[in-house]
Design a protein around this ligand. Sequence first.
Ligand code: ZN
Length: 53
Amino acid sequence: MLHPDTPAKCCSYCGGRDHDFEECPKRKADAEKEEAARVAGSKPPLASAWDRR
Ligand SMILES: [Zn+2]
């Protein structure tokens, strides 16, 4: 039973029906953004903890 109208996949992240949550391009982009921001962010948590002691 394959209906082109029936969404086999439903992204719970952006609501897209042409992909799954794990394949969400938006989620990936957001994750990359977050990681980039974290890397480019102020201080790495490990070095910060080291410096405090
Ligand atoms: Zn999506």
